[in-house]
Ligand binder design. Structure first.
Ligand code: TEU
Ligand code: CA
Length: 556
């Protein structure tokens, strides 16, 4: 296994709009990030991933780009960016950007031109099709954010494809000029010294020939079989690596939408020279059956273990995964997998013990280090996310659910949960901004905030700092071979990790009851390296684990 900085490093995702507002206009910005670099360094994270910072009309908060080589004015200037990059590097950290290559904004020059006429030289940058016989969309594809994936353009009488909102037209990767445009944009940032890219919905860039109708199966299956993994995908990824990424000391992290453990190797096996790592959706969607705001299933620990296991087996020795339990597209990690009330602190810490001892690069999301929780939006007026808004409005038409229930579903699964401003202190708006923030601050900022936790040695924040440092000092956390113990135990997650002469045992109580665990004598031969409680009580080899208690034992 080849060792590399991006394998051992911890990735910390920043959603710039919500991170820190330096000029008090209610919107987070680049200078706001610069102000917090010491904080991030002190957290012992290594690689900052910024969600998109490029010019955008913000229909989907920057995931609709109108200029790939310019900074969104709300976020600052190119000078601010250069300073941010320099100061990140000065602190020994790296910076990666979010590359949205599947689609751009309908306000991008390319699309504005393409729309002008059928013979415009940019026309072929996008997917245009004639209407079906009845005048409707060319096929039955649905957008990820509701409604048809095709939008009618009255100027030309044709439809264009948009797998996301209608303001996010899909780029036509068959056109070599499109590929060169994207590669040029990548080189622009790499030449500045950027350390790589997180690649938004990269599995979707190659479309199926003839745009065949999707079968009547769940949306997840449609994504896998119809939208993602298209016929020329791997050719494009190899080209992108060969022409661009491989020329730099940089790495690529794929968003694994539509990738499963069977085809993952095609993307990330080292010998294929395509992408360096991916984060998959199986953990992130482990309680979501088919798609958001549809049926969901209760959290099941054995299922979680089997997801981790099958992915470990799938990439064993050949590829590399990033390990995410939350991001800007999902509800808060602690509200989903832990207990955001009574055992808030213990469960947040336990989840980090689990995440930091799994194989792969640790991928954290802003605010999880202080245990930020889901938000309750009181009315439709407070919803900001386009996916939730579309769901709400579509539901008003179809009357599928009562309005109150629709709002409840949004509060449970909606993306705004993870996007509320970071809670820095107990002052106005949690110290994010003195202006009214673009999305409401979680009122629990009075209790949950960085300033309070900074001083408290038992806080979640200080636990993160300690554990991330320990992880850096112990290669076994990252590269160790995994040995599962009591796999079918529904309340505990127990495993060994081994590397050379080093061995650790991880013992996690995944619930709110006290559990007794009889160890096979490990405890006498080991020291406690990590513990999210002050003590670990053991009697005759039987441990008494508190609610959500987690320990890492290091064999002497
Ligand atoms: O997300 C892709 C994606 O699959 C999401 O639609 C995800 O399934 C959904 O949010 C979960 O409910 C990426 C970005 O991370 C997301 O923020 C963008 O909206 C999307 O691409 C379009 O660029
Ligand atoms: Ca600002």
């Amino acid at each position: 296994m080849e060792l590399s900085w991006f394998k051992k490093g911890t990735i910390y995702q920043i959603y710039p709009r919500s991170f820190n507002d330096s000029n008090n206009d209610g919107i987070g910005d680049l200078r706001g990030i610069i102000e917090k670099l010491d904080y991030l360094q002190g957290l012992h994270v290594d690689i900052l991933w910024l969600s998109p910072i490029f010019c955008s009309p913000n229909d989907d908060n920057g995931y609709d780009i109108s200029d790939y080589c310019a900074i969104m004015p709300e976020f600052g200037t190119m000078e601010d960016f250069d300073e941010l990059l320099q100061k990140t590097h000065d602190r020994g950290m790296r910076l990666i950007l979010d590359l949205v290559a599947n689609h751009c904004s309908d306000e991008h020059l390319w699309f504005k031109e393409a729309k002008k006429s059928k013979d415009n030289s940019f026309r072929n940058y996008f997917h245009w099709r004639k209407p079906a016989a009845d005048g409707g969309p060319p096929n039955n594809w649905k957008s990820f954010f509701g409604g048809s994936a095709w939008e009618y353009d009255s100027t030309s009488g044709e439809y264009y494809l948009h797998l996301f909102t209608k303001k996010q037209p899909d780029l036509n990767w068959e056109n070599p000029k499109v590929r060169e445009e994207i590669y040029d944009a990548m080189r622009f940032w790499l030449d500045k010294g950027v350390d790589g890219f997180r690649m938004d919905v990269i599995p979707l860039i190659s479309k199926r020939d003839g745009y065949p109708d999707a079968p009547d199966v769940g949306f997840r299956k449609i994504i896998e079989d119809v939208y993602a993994n298209g016929p020329r995908l791997h050719e494009y990824l190899r080209e992108m690596n060969e022409k661009v990424v491989s020329h730099y000391d940089a790495f690529s992290l794929a968003e694994g939408v539509g990738i499963n453990h069977n085809n993952a190797g095609l993307y990330i096996n080292c010998d294929r020279k395509e992408l360096n790592m991916l984060y998959h959706f199986d953990v992130l969607e482990c309680t979501i059956v088919n798609g958001k705001f549809e049926e969901d299933s209760p959290f099941d620990l054995v299922n979680l273990k089997s997801i981790f296991k099958r992915w470990r087996d799938a990439v064993h020795e050949k590829g590399w995964l990033a390990n995410a339990m939350g991001n800007h597209d999902f509800a808060r990690m602690i509200s989903r997998f832990g207990d955001d009330k009574q055992y808030w602190s213990a469960s947040a810490k336990m989840l980090l013990i689990m995440q930091s001892t799994q194989n792969g690069t640790l991928n954290l999301y802003q605010g999880d280090e202080i245990g930020m929780t889901n938000i309750v939006l009181e009315s439709v007026g407070e919803i900001k996310d386009v996916q939730s808004l579309n769901f709400y409005n579509e539901n008003l038409e179809t009357k599928r659910y009562p309005k109150e229930l629709a709002l409840e579903m949004i509060n449970k699964e909606g993306r705004d949960n993870a996007r509320t401003p970071v809670q820095w202190n107990d002052e106005i708006n949690g110290g994010f901004s003195i202006a009214n923030p673009w999305l409401k601050v979680n009122p629990n900022y009075l209790d949950i905030n960085v300033k309070k936790q900074d001083k408290d040695p038992d806080s979640i924040l200080n636990f993160y700092r300690g554990l991330l440092k320990i992880r850096k000092e112990h290669d076994v956390f990252v590269y160790g071979d995994f040995e599962e113990i009591e796999f079918n135990n529904p309340n505990m997650y127990i495993y060994n990790k081994m590397l050379g002469n080093d061995k650790i045992t991880v013992i996690l109580n995944f619930g709110s009851s006290v559990i007794y665990y009889k160890s096979s004598g490990e405890i006498d031969k080991s020291t406690i390296l990590v513990n999210n409680y002050e003590t670990l009580s053991v009697e005759n080899d039987t441990m008494r684990l508190q609610p959500y208690q987690g320990v890492v034992l290091k064999m002497n």
